[in-house]
Write a protein of this length. Structure first.
Lengths: 195, 283
């Protein structure tokens, strides 16, 4: 399953138009998700590039989810949770902090650009901070551009359904090729006619 | 070396015939020249087949888990093996009273094919066993070295170079999971790569999937890694796996003063615990 919607993926791969990144944001149910809700209630504007994924706690975010997100076509991943000390489960975000600090370094060491993976603490009342964070992260990822080996990675996560879709697309392009061929012959004929 | 081997054979025979242990885990001659293979000796008369030379490349610690429940088992331990045993005790995989540790100071093992000292031994800073019940042979001096040298070099490279480097590493990975099998701290009964229904690990062999496995492996073992270097030694594709493990060890030590794993049986659990005064960088 790809988290990227197809039309968008095609748009970015072609390089047609401005690059619109896909950002996955893990939002803790008790703080950040409420913060995002409040931002919505207050009609705050923030880029639509971010997809919110609600998790019970930032401590629930397995680093594997982050690698998976990158493999499945996200250009950036944001993990948000309660401020340290405010965790609904007392200590979840303290564990998350240690884990993600180490993981961020490992990810960047293994070749990921700094900034693609970010972590922020946003409380339920910080709607403004949520908006500002999303705007800033989105700008960061736009500057970085699409993830380098996106095509290879997107291929890795392709499902059977995607493959069938791919076959259809290939059929479509084949017909367009034949259209080009027809045009070429038509041109050839025109040239011949010119002679 | 031959003194150690003679004493080892005598002691193994004594331990087995007295009934103190039911098995001795060590090494025996392999099929080829300059090759040894792990040995599991259960009869005193077989103790003569035990071998200790500069080609005993396998670490023994993981094998002690296989033999649990048989009774007390004697394990030959060098620095790397003993740290593995300690860490397994910390992780509640093994009890100290289940093993009798025959300590052997080590001067480094050699590659069978090239005759050169193994990389894991060149980077080793614990040649003497850190825990043992009896010591065979004279203690050796510990070498002075910076084991993070290669990691620091990689850190100094720019991001694109590092990305290319690790992509080339994961391009070669064949996901045989040998690194998992030999690792003394990879002790999960059910590994995420085997949980096919859950689908953690994809089946394709490509950089993305290999990296997914590789980074997860490092993250799972990084905070407990005893730096025996056995993953790197066992890798059939010669991937520099310790470069990743050591990065985790270095960072955890820098950030949370994690120290080195396996030096004692109490041990620390840097990623399984927290401190409210931890350094804050996310805000």
């Amino acid at each position: 399953m790809s988290v990227v919607n197809d039309s968008q993926a095609v748009g970015t791969k072609d390089g047609t138009g401005e690059f619109e990144p896909t950002i996955l944001a893990f939002a803790c149910h008790w703080c950040t998700y409420s913060g995002a809700d409040l931002a919505g209630l207050n009609r705050m504007n923030y880029p639509a590039n971010v997809r919110l994924l609600r998790v019970p706690c930032s401590g629930r975010v397995n680093p594997q989810y982050v690698i998976s997100a990158f493999n499945k076509g996200c250009d950036g991943v944001l993990v948000c949770g309660c401020h340290p000390g405010d965790c609904h489960y007392v200590s979840g975000n303290y564990f998350a902090k240690r884990r993600l600090m180490a993981f961020k370094r490992l990810l960047e060491y293994s070749g990921m650009e700094p900034g693609r993976f970010q972590v922020r603490w946003i409380s339920g009342s910080e709607a403004g901070k949520f908006r500002d964070t999303v705007i800033q992260v989105c700008a960061d990822i736009k500057n970085l551009g699409p993830l380098q080996d996106r095509e290879a990675d997107a291929l890795a996560s392709i499902s059977v359904a995607d493959l069938q879709k791919g076959a259809e697309a290939a059929g479509a392009s084949a017909s367009s090729e034949s259209a080009v061929a027809q045009a070429a012959t038509a041109n050839g004929n025109a040239e011949k006619a010119g002679e | 070396m031959s003194d150690i081997q003679t004493t080892l054979r005598t002691r193994a025979a004594e331990l087995l015939s007295s009934g103190e242990v039911v098995e001795v885990i060590g090494w025996t001659a392999g099929r080829f020249d300059n090759q040894t293979t792990p040995a599991f000796i259960t009869k005193a008369e077989d103790a003569e087949s035990l071998v200790f030379n500069e080609y005993c490349v396998n670490t023994t610690s993981k094998f002690s888990l296989m033999e649990r429940g048989l009774g007390k088992v004697a394990v030959c331990v060098r620095g790397c093996d003993s740290r593995g045993i300690n860490r397994m005790i910390t992780d509640n995989q093994l009890k100290r009273e289940e093993v009798h540790l025959i300590g052997i100071p080590c001067t480094g093992m050699k590659d069978r094919k090239t005759g050169e000292e193994l990389l894991k031994c060149r980077e080793c800073s614990y040649r003497n066993p850190v825990v043992y019940d009896e010591l065979i042979g004279e203690s050796v001096t510990e070498p002075e070295l910076n084991r993070f040298d290669a990691v620091e070099k990689l850190e100094a490279m720019d991001q694109a170079e590092r990305a290319a480097f690790f992509d080339s590493v994961y391009e070669r990975c064949i996901r045989c999971y040998a690194c998992r099998e030999v690792c003394p701290v990879c002790t999960c009964k059910s590994c995420f790569v085997d949980q096919l229904a859950a689908g953690w690990q994809g089946k394709r062999s490509n950089v993305a999937e290999n990296k997914f496995y590789g980074l997860t492996r490092v993250f799972h073992v990084g905070d407990r890694c005893v730096e025996c270097g056995e993953c790197q030694r066992a890798c059939p594709m010669d991937l520099p796996l310790m470069l990743l493990n050591r990065k985790m060890i270095k960072d955890l030590d820098l950030l949370f003063e994690a120290g080195e794993a396996g030096l004692d049986a109490e041990g620390t659990n840097p990623l399984g615990t927290y401190d409210v005064n931890d350094v804050e960088e996310f805000m």
